[in-house]
Design a protein around this ligand. Structure first.
Ligand SMILES: [Zn+2]
Length: 244
C-alpha cells in the first residue's frame, strides 16, 4: 500500500493563451494576486511568436521567462503550434490535454471565444475541448485523466460585459512591468510603429482598461472575466459591489 506521490508539476490555476504576452495583457494581475495568496499558478502559451514583427522566437522565450518571474508564476511552457495558425485540430487538442493532465489545475483561464485575432478565439475553443478530452478515462495520452473544476474566460481583448472582475489594484504596477518585459515588442522603436505604440501610449491604454473594469466593480484597477455558469450565493449580506 503506497500513496501516490505528490505531483511536482501540480498547479492550482493554469492560464492558456495563444501568444506570449496575451496572459500579461489579459489576466497577469490576477495570476500574480493568486500566487500572492499562496496558489501555484502556470501559463501555457500555444505558440512561440516566430511570426512577430519584432524580435525572434528566442527573444520572446527569454522575455516570457522574465515576465513569468515578475508574475510569480511557478510554471510556464510554450507549445509548438505555428504562430498565426492556431487551429483546433485533434493533434493540438491532445497537446493541450496532455498539459492539463500533467499540471492538474483546478481552475483554467482561457481567452474569450470571440475576438479580432483568429488565434485568440480559436485558442478558446481549443482549450475548452482539450479539457473535455483530458477527462476521458479511456483516452491514453499519458498521465491520469483530469478535468479542471472551473473554466473562466479572460475577456479584456473583447468588448463584452464581464460576469466578474478581479481587483488588481495592488498588482497593477507589477502586471504592467511584466508586459514591459517584452522589450522587443514594447520598447520605443521605429520598426512597425504603426502597430506598436510607444511606451507612454501603451501605459495609458493599459491603465484606462484596468481603470474601467475597476470602476465597474468599485475598485481602482480590475481585470474582467466571464463564466458560463451562474454565480452561487450563500449569504446575501456578503455580496460585493455596491448597487446604488
Ligand atoms: Zn495574442
Amino acid at each position: 500500500m503506497s500513496a501516490t506521490p505528490p505531483n511536482p508539476l501540480a498547479l492550482d490555476i493554469l492560464a492558456v493563451a495563444a501568444h506570449r504576452d496575451d496572459v500579461e495583457q489579459t489576466c497577469g494581475g490576477t495570476l500574480l494576486k493568486m500566487a500572492q495568496m499562496g496558489h501555484r499558478t502556470g501559463i501555457l502559451d500555444l505558440t512561440k511568436g516566430e511570426m512577430g514583427t519584432r524580435g525572434s522566437a528566442e527573444d520572446r522565450a527569454r522575455e516570457a521567462l522574465d515576465a513569468a518571474k515578475i508574475l510569480c508564476v511557478s510554471w510556464r511552457h510554450a507549445l509548438d503550434v505555428p504562430d498565426g495558425r492556431v487551429e483546433n485540430t485533434w493533434e493540438n487538442r491532445v497537446k493541450v490535454a496532455r498539459v492539463i493532465r500533467e499540471t492538474t489545475p483546478r481552475v483554467l483561464i482561457l481567452p474569450y471565444w470571440k475576438g479580432r485575432h483568429p488565434d485568440h478565439y480559436t485558442a478558446s475553443i481549443l482549450g475548452y475541448e482539450a479539457c473535455f478530452l483530458a477527462g476521458l478515462k479511456k483516452l491514453e495520452i499519458g498521465s491520469e485523466p483530469h478535468r479542471p473544476f472551473k473554466i473562466i474566460y479572460a475577456t479584456l481583448y473583447y468588448d463584452i460585459r464581464p460576469t466578474f472582475v478581479v481587483d488588481i489594484t495592488d498588482q497593477f504596477e507589477a502586471r504592467f512591468e511584466s508586459l514591459m518585459a517584452y522589450k522587443t515588442q514594447f520598447s520605443d522603436q521605429e520598426a512597425g510603429s504603426g502597430i506598436f505604440p510607444a511606451h507612454a501610449e501603451i501605459r495609458a491604454r493599459v491603465e484606462a482598461m484596468a481603470r474601467y473594469y475597476g470602476m465597474l466593480a468599485g475598485v481602482t484597477y480590475g481585470e474582467p472575466f466571464l463564466q458560463k455558469e451562474v454565480g452561487l450565493v450563500e449569504d446575501l449580506t456578503l455580496i460585493p459591489v455596491k448597487s446604488i
